[in-house]
Design a protein around this ligand. Structure first.
Ligand code: HEM
Length: 494
């Protein structure tokens, strides 16, 4: 006999259905709760240690105070790493920042494009412009970088080296008439003149001076508190940007009307308008990126040159070795001013190691900020989507498991170790964001040091290693003042 429950008792049937549904729902709830717990356990719930400071401002004030200290901005990072270890969390400019110092973390963060993307603080974006290759979104970045990579062309580099050499010789020839030479200021002027001429054919000194002052105001504003009040550095930086944009806009319009200056970088960018498969850059994009190149190229390189002169002063045997090699190379190549070029640079293998070691020790770009695109676990710490993870390049450059005796200035380390492990030498960044001016920068440093060691011996007259206030990059506050003696005289004296 079959039992027909539906017919026999409909209310019991509904009760059955409800209880099955209820049990199923409870099992589902328990299952999802279990999954959540399991997931959180397996991905680790440990957030990085550190303080997020006061509500709204976080640790921004401490960060801003650090940029006025002798140790510079990096002092902020150093103090927290000493307190919390290799990974810590903080809050700056209303964003959660994590700093990570290991080479393994560097590999995971800088090498994973699906999990991280480049980001800069808002004030830097506003000062350089949304279209700057440094700040643009991933897709835009590819196009802009493609157009700008003309700067890497060998022809452009050759012309640039010649010009930079001429300017260096011209400046260094005047040094004998001076009691003290401020290396940073001199290098700053030479790089600025060379870059302005190469980018825009701008060689009028008074126009260059006006531009230089405004560039300086922008640099000082980059880490300023983003308050648009007339007395703030930030506001002054924005005003300076407006002036520069106006000047660049005028120059571009003249060029578009046909008043041509062939062969400079701007002209190449404008010419690409017509026959580039990747479209063309509009005026705003060109303007933002010319400004970016001036800023990215000049302060970094001149700071690195000042560090190089300081390190060579403190390491006389390296300086002597370099001098002897450069003097014999000069003889061998009969290196006149006109002949200084790509091939000559290729012969300067020890000088290139001096440059590399300088860049390792000075680590001009101290850390790399990357935005987390998803929740991710690194070295046992849980990083949330939206946090900014900074790779601490300076710490990696001084890691004694990567560099033996890391505080010693030893260019010869790169003879044994020509190519340091990927992600362990970060002076010019890495991957698709590697410095576009890397070859230009290395060439400038090599030309400068070649002319210096083959013409003069020098004494640094102020050994203070304090850093410049308000500077995004570590720059010597003293500017590295030196007193020079021409080699010919010093040979006579010996
Ligand atoms: C010693 C001198 C220099 C150092 C240490 C240096 C360092 C760097 C570093 C570390 C980056 C990557 C930044 C990041 O990923 O956040 C970078 C990017 C860049 N640098 Fe340099 N740089 C130097 C000189 C120059 C010069 C001379 C120029 C051009 C005139 C230049 C133009 C650029 C540009 C355009 C970028 C952005 C590349 C991109 O995002 O695709 N740099 N530089």
């Amino acid at each position: 006999m079959s039992i027909n429950t539906t017919n026999s008792n409909p209310s019991i049937f509904i009760l059955h259905i409800l209880s099955i549904f209820f049990i199923g729902f409870t099992i589902f709830q328990l299952f999802t709760a279990f999954c959540k717990l399991w997931r959180s356990k397996s991905t680790t719930t440990t957030p990085p240690p550190g303080r997020c400071g006061f509500p709204l401002i976080g640790e921004t004030l401490a960060f801003l105070v650090a940029k006025k200290s002798k140790e510079g901005l990096y002092g902020f990072v150093k103090a927290r790493r000493a307190r919390y270890g290799n990974c810590f969390k903080t809050n700056i400019f209303q964003k959660t920042h994590v700093f990570m110092s290991s080479f393994e973390a560097s590999k995971m963060i800088l090498g994973d494009e699906s999990a991280f993307t480049k980001t800069y603080i808002r004030s830097i974006v506003e000062l350089l412009g949304e279209n700057s290759v440094l700040c643009s979104s991933r897709d835009q970045h590819r196009i802009i970088r493609y157009h700008m990579s003309n700067l890497l062309h060998k022809d452009m580099l050759m012309t640039f080296i010649k010009l930079f050499d001429e300017l260096t010789v011209e400046a260094q020839n005047k040094w004998t008439q001076k009691d003290s030479i401020n290396v940073l200021e001199e290098a700053f002027k030479i790089t600025f003149r060379a870059i302005c001429k190469t980018l825009l054919s701008l060689d009028n000194e008074s126009e260059q001076e006006i531009l230089q002052k405004d560039v300086f105001l922008i640099c000082e504003a980059m880490l300023g508190f983003p308050l648009r009040l007339p007395w703030t550095r930030y506001f002054k930086g924005l005003q300076a940007r407006k002036r520069i944009m106006k000047t660049l806009g005028k120059i571009i319009n003249e060029r578009r009307k046909g008043i041509k200056k062939n062969g400079d970088f701007l002209q190449t960018m404008l010419m690409n308008d017509n026959h580039s498969s990747k479209g063309f850059l509009n005026n705003d994009q060109i303007q933002d990126n010319i400004l970016t190149l001036i800023i990215a190229g000049q302060i970094t390189t001149s700071s690195a040159i000042a560090w190089m002169v300081k390190y060579l002063d403190e390491n006389r045997e390296v300086q002597e070795k370099l001098r002897n090699l450069q003097l014999s190379l000069e003889k061998k190549l009969n290196c006149s001013r006109e002949e200084f070029g790509y091939e000559t640079l290729n012969e300067m293998t020890f000088a290139s190691k001096v440059v590399k070691e300088t860049l390792r020790m000075s680590t001009i770009v101290s850390w790399f900020p990357m935005l987390a695109l998803k929740d991710i676990e690194i070295e046992g710490f849980h990083i949330k989507k939206g946090w900014i993870v900074n790779v601490d390049a300076r710490y990696i450059h001084y890691d004694d498991t990567l560099y033996e005796n890391p505080t010693m200035f030893n260019p010869s380390r790169f003879e044994k170790q020509e190519d340091p492990k990927p992600y362990s030498f970060l002076a010019f960044g890495t991957g698709g964001r590697t410095c576009l001016g890397m070859n230009l920068a290395k060439a400038m440093m090599m030309v400068f040091v070649h002319r210096l060691v083959t013409t003069y011996k020098w004494e640094v007259t102020d050994h203070d290693a304090s850093l410049e206030k308000h500077s995004l990059f570590p720059r010597l506050r003293s500017g590295c003042p030196i007193k020079v003696t021409p080699i010919s005289q010093s040979l006579q004296a010996n």
